[in-house]
Write a protein that binds this ligand. Structure first.
Ligand SMILES: Cc1cc2nc3c(=O)[nH]c(=O)nc-3n(C[C@H](O)[C@H](O)[C@H](O)COP(=O)(O)OP(=O)(O)OC[C@H]3O[C@@H](n4cnc5c(N)ncnc54)[C@H](O)[C@@H]3O)c2cc1C
Length: 440
């Protein structure tokens, strides 16, 4: 029995480990990885003693305690992790606003506080009066849920930065469970300065002591050893009877974790409508900058959001050296900056860095003379974009893959907004589904 797993990010490697733990021989597993390192979006980079996560700041947290413990155990156990208290804020002019924004409106200048509160109450009242259902497009959803004030001061500018599209073009499908849903009493209290939490999810998170978030996938890769074929891009997949040929080698089973958008170029014999649907799935890329700082200590923050245009193109800043002492040399600190880019388009040029630094200066986050050096990374696929055609295209793509017996898995293998813990949970479920056939 030969099993090909396409892509050695956390999804592919977790699947391999679950199959092995379920009784499949390690020798049956063959992971194809284009990169020179396994880990995919969990990849981290170390430059001159400063470590950062190349696909933006990553933290380990899961509602599924068993999955989270499994991830820790695969990466050296509890002792290999730092336990961090989450402290996230929004930068608004020269103020720090409690996160989530609606629970922090009391931190705003008085006029903005009033506008946000009035809008929130008006929107709430409107929903009570009319019982209007949640609008489908995200722009209308924001005003329906939060009102005009929060839309104008935070939700619109912040989401325009992240999504790089007019917000009418995306749906509100993805917000459930991701955008907190605060009761009106909490917002009334927040506006008059009584602290309400709003978001207790991830109050504590974990981070590998060394090697950045990649410490987790390094653990998996070390166990899988030579089963992961690095520098081995998949270039061709085709069916031969009830078996599969991957790069001229025969396999019984194929699981794909590579982005669906690449599949039409790799799989032979795909119907034109399926290929079109896959190619047109929308996504965003990401540019990240490590900023190494000659600064001994950071404030006690985990990450912050930058909603305002004057703060430059970055939407989020992670206080990377706060995650683990292993992330920066003694007496130094670092930032990790994220800037999304429209998927499939050329990445911004080198001018971007100057815009980012100017924005951070305006936001009062750094002084230029503190910067030791910067390092830039970019990833093609960072965020799934939930445009109005998302479900139709994805259903067609996944339906065809499944019908062919090509198991789809992973954040872009299934085009889902999954964090690494959900990738692990889905890999565990996929292994459970496959094991009876593989062992029977
Ligand atoms: C900005 C941002 C912040 C995030 N924050 C968190 C967080 O805090 N916590 C968290 O748990 N998760 C977080 N995530 C999500 C997490 O990174 C992903 O869910 C996870 O890494 C996806 O893993 P995957 O294996 O499904 O996909 P990938 O990591 O994309 O793996 C796919 C693999 O396929 C390989 N590949 C591509 N093409 C080919 C080819 N032709 N041949 C062979 N191999 C190929 C790639 O090199 C890659 O290794 C974040 C993601 C982003 C973008």
């Amino acid at each position: 029995m030969k099993i090909a797993i396409l892509g050695a990010g956390i999804s592919g490697m977790a699947l391999a480990r679950f199959l092995e733990q379920g009784g499949v021989s390690r020798d049956s597993l063959h992971l194809f990885e284009a990169g020179s390192v396994a880990g995919g979006l969990c990849h981290s980079k170390t430059v001159d003693g400063f470590t950062y996560d190349v696909a933006g700041g990553h933290i380990l947290f899961s509602k599924d305690a068993e999955a989270m413990q499994w991830m820790k155990d695969e990466a050296g156990g509890d002792d290999a992790f730092v336990t961090c208290d989450r402290n996230t804020k929004i930068r608004f002019d020269d103020k720090w606003v409690h996160y989530p924004f609606e629970n922090g409106i009391g931190d705003l200048p008085k006029q903005a506080n009033f506008e946000c509160l009035k809008g929130y109450v008006d929107a709430w009242h409107q929903r009570q009066l009319t019982g209007s259902p949640a609008p489908k497009d995200f722009a209308s959803w924001i005003r329906w849920r939060f009102g005009d004030g929060i839309a104008e001061h935070f939700m619109d500018p912040y989401n325009e930065k992240i999504w790089k599209r007019p917000l009418e073009k995306i749906t509100s499908d993805w917000v459930a469970g991701r955008v907190p849903d605060a009761p009106i009493e909490d917002i009334l209290k927040a506006a008059i300065g009584v602290r309400t939490e709003g978001y207790t999810h991830q109050a504590i998170f974990y981070y590998p002591k060394t090697g950045g978030f990649q410490g987790i996938t390094d653990g998996l890769a070390a166990t899988l050893g030579d089963r992961v074929r690095l520098n081995t891009p998949v270039t061709n997949v085709r069916k031969k009877g009830d078996r599969w040929i991957v790069n001229d080698e025969e396999f019984d089973v194929v699981v794909n974790t590579i982005s669906l958008t690449y599949m039409p170029d790799l799989i032979e014999g795909m119907p034109a409508d399926v290929a079109k649907a896959m190619r047109e799935l929308e996504y965003n890329g990401l540019v990240t900058y490590l900023i190494a700082l000659d600064r001994a200590e950071h404030p006690n923050l985990s990450w912050i959001y930058l909603p305002q245009k004057s703060q430059g193109p970055a939407n989020r800043v992670t206080y990377m050296s706060n995650y683990s002492p292993g992330n920066a040399p003694e007496g130094k600190t670092s930032f990790l900056i994220e800037i999304t880019t429209p998927g499939g388009q050329p990445f911004p040029g080198l001018d971007l860095e100057e815009d980012v630094i100017q924005g951070l200066e305006t936001a009062g986050l750094l002084k230029r003379n503190e910067i030791l050096f910067t390092d830039r990374s970019q990833v093609n696929h960072a965020y799934v974009v939930f445009d109005h055609e998302y479900h139709r295209r994805r259903d067609l793509a996944l339906g065809w893959m499944t019908e062919q017996g090509l198991h789809p898995l992973g954040r872009f293998g299934r085009f889902e907004y999954d964090n690494s813990d959900q990738c692990v949970i889905k890999a565990r479920a996929k292994a459970a589904e496959m094991l009876p056939d593989l062992l029977g």
